[in-house]
Every structure is written in structure tokens, then in C-alpha cells.
Design a protein around this ligand. Structure first.
Ligand code: BEZ
Ligand code: FE
Length: 338
């Protein structure tokens, strides 16, 4: 190749890309990435990614590339297997829409959502544990007064939910916004019915001055996670089931406190030990009591008895306590690596 051809002449496409924001780096300062071998390729990718100016992003990509490359080497990844994975990810992306997030579902069934959640909300002896949010939260829950029902009539067995929201010293958290949602006795969220016209089996309420809350609900039932897409096909190929144990989702917001996203699970549920998305924590398993007294049921606003009585207090961390816990748990983790 002659001198002129190899000079730094660039075409219009390169100039346009630079104008539209693509970084223009000094090519002479870059590492030589030619003739890469399985042994040199990882170091070369690190070398070129080290141009990244954001320290955290640089670190994340260094680790990501290291682990991805090690994975490919360790399993002896074939071209066919990698294409299968790419096709899987492509179909996962294609099925996503404003109301369906298949990538979150993938993260859920791989246990990654549960892992990230538990690292960011480390367990403390005193505060209520969190768990996965799931894809069925909506913003349009009805605003309820204490004692109102989140479920319309005929949606399942009655359940009376009550308790207090407190801080780690047992002081009330008043005016705490509570969001709660659940499946009906067919194991479906309202959003899974095509004819849905308004929110059902979900509600929003506020704790009183003493941190007390109460509402009527129904006993939720186990249900399958969405499994008509690529993630469902993946679980089938892994010979895994697609069920979640019955649960009652709860979310708590109050300024100055760490938002708590959690759920309660029910003693005796057949799927407690093998939740498809790894959301169950022993501390979140409850055992409501069946109350047969018809007059008590009526006094609480149910049409008749019996009803399940679910009494549960929730303990919130302040924002500062939550941050301190997170830093402590990260420091312990790094120390354990040494
Ligand atoms: C749920 O709890 O509703 C849920 C969580 C993760 C994946 C699918 C569903
Ligand atoms: Fe759920």
C-alpha cells in the first residue's frame, strides 16, 4: 500500500459521525488490536475500553468483559450456541412493549433481580425484608380509607389485613403511603383480563397517626409467571416450573424513609420452596387465622363470614440507616474477597 493511501485521509461518513458526537480519538495512541488470539483478545478489549472517562463504567465493563470471555472459554462456547443465545435475546427484545418487559422477567428467573435487590437492600435484624417488585404494579390503584376493600365482591376468600408501620425503635411511621396488589382466586392480576376497565385487587392507603393501617382484601392464590414468550420457553427447556407461591405485594413510601418494596407469602403454599423468581424469604411468610364469627365479619364490612385475619407490622429504615447498611454490607463483601 502506498504512503498516500495509508495517510490519515478520512471519508465523509467519518466526519459526519464525529460531528454527531462520536469521539474522535488519536489513533496513534491506541493499542494495536490486530491479529488477536484467544489469549490476547481479553487484554486488547480492556486496553481499548480503558479510554472510558467514567471510572465506574470503566470498571463495570472491565469486569463484564473478563467474565463474559472467561465464560466463553470455560464452556468452550460453540458458534451455534452463541447464535442460539443471540436469537433468544432478539426474541426477548421483540416481545417487549409498554406493558410487557420480558428482560425483567429474564432477570427474575435467572435470580439476578433477587440478587441485585438483596445487595441494595441488605438484611438487617430489625427492618422488614424486601423482595422483587414483579411486573404487575400499576399506578391506577384506587385510594382507600382505613377498612375499605381493595377487591370487588366475588374475587376470593375474604381477608382482613391490619397492623402498624414503625421505625426500628418501634415509633410509628404516620402518613405512610401504602400500595398493595394481589391476584384473585383464579391466580390472575386485574391487568391480565382483557376486559379490564378499572383497577381491582389493588389499593392505595395511608397509615394513621399511630402508623396503623387496615383494609379488606382476599386470600391470593399461586399463579404462573407470564410464560407464553421466550422466557417461558427457556424455563420449559430447563425443565423448570413457572409458578409463584401466592403473595400479597406491599410497597411503602414516606419521605425520610427508605422505600420498602416487599410481599407476604402464605404458610403451607406448595411453591414456597421453589418460587420461579426466587422472591420468598422466611421472614415474609405469614399464617393468617381463619375467623368464623359472622358478626365480626359483618362488623368489618364483609358480606358474611368467614374471613382470614392477617396481622402484620412493617419496620422501615430511615434513608440514612439504609445507606449505612448498604455501605457496611458492601465493605463486608469486599473484605470477604481478600
Ligand atoms: C410477581 O410477583 O407478580 C412477579 C414477579 C416476578 C416475575 C413475574 C411475576
Ligand atoms: Fe406478584
Amino acid at each position: 500500500m502506498n504512503e498516500e493511501r495509508s495517510s490519515k485521509k478520512v471519508g465523509k461518513a467519518v466526519l459526519d459521525a464525529i460531528k454527531s458526537g462520536a469521539p474522535n480519538v488519536d489513533l496513534d495512541l491506541l493499542p494495536n488490536l490486530m491479529d488477536m488470539s484467544p489469549a490476547s483478545i481479553t487484554e486488547n478489549v480492556h486496553a481499548i475500553n480503558s479510554l472510558c472517562k467514567d471510572k465506574r463504567q470503566k470498571f463495570l465493563f472491565e469486569q463484564l468483559v473478563t467474565h463474559l470471555h472467561d465464560f466463553a472459554r470455560e464452556v468452550g462456547l460453540t458458534t451455534e450456541e452463541w447464535m442460539t443465545a443471540i436469537q433468544f435475546l432478539t426474541s426477548t427484545g421483540k416481545i417487549c412493549s409498554d406493558i410487557r418487559q420480558e428482560f425483567i422477567l429474564l432477570s427474575d428467573v435467572l435470580g439476578l433481580s433477587a440478587l441485585v435487590d438483596s445487595m441494595n437492600h441488605p438484611v438487617t435484624a430489625s427492618a422488614t425484608e424486601g423482595t422483587v417488585l414483579g411486573p404487575f404494579f400499576t399506578e391506577d390503584a384506587k385510594e382507600l380509607k382505613a377498612g375499605d376493600s381493595i377487591a370487588s365482591e366475588g374475587k376470593g376468600e375474604y381477608m382482613w389485613c391490619e397492623g402498624r408501620i414503625v421505625d426500628i425503635n418501634g415509633n410509628p411511621v404516620p402518613h405512610c403511603k401504602i400500595e398493595t396488589w394481589e391476584t384473585d382466586d383464579e391466580g390472575k392480576y386485574d391487568t391480565q383480563y382483557e376486559e379490564r376497565t378499572e383497577a381491582d385487587c389493588r389499593g392505595r392507603l395511608i397509615s394513621d397517626e399511630q402508623g396503623y393501617y387496615s383494609y379488606r382484601a382476599i386470600l391470593p392464590t399461586p399463579y404462573p409467571i407470564p410464560n407464553d414468550g421466550p422466557v417461558g420457553a427457556l424455563l420449559k427447556s430447563l425443565n423448570r416450573h413457572v409458578f409463584r407461591p401466592a403473595h400479597l405485594h406491599m410497597m411503602f413510601y414516606r419521605e425520610g424513609y427508605e422505600t420498602l418494596i416487599t410481599a407476604l407469602y402464605f404458610k403451607g403454599d406448595p411453591y414456597l420452596k421453589s418460587d420461579a423468581v426466587f422472591g420468598v424469604k422466611t421472614s415474609l411468610i405469614v399464617d393468617p387465622v381463619l375467623v368464623k364469627d359472622e358478626s365480626k365479619a359483618k362488623a368489618l364490612g364483609f358480606k358474611n363470614g368467614p374471613f382470614w385475619h392477617l396481622k402484620k407490622d412493617y419496620v422501615l429504615l430511615t434513608t440514612a440507616q439504609a445507606e449505612e447498611q448498604k455501605q457496611k454490607s458492601l465493605a463486608n463483601y469486599y473484605a470477604s474477597l481478600q
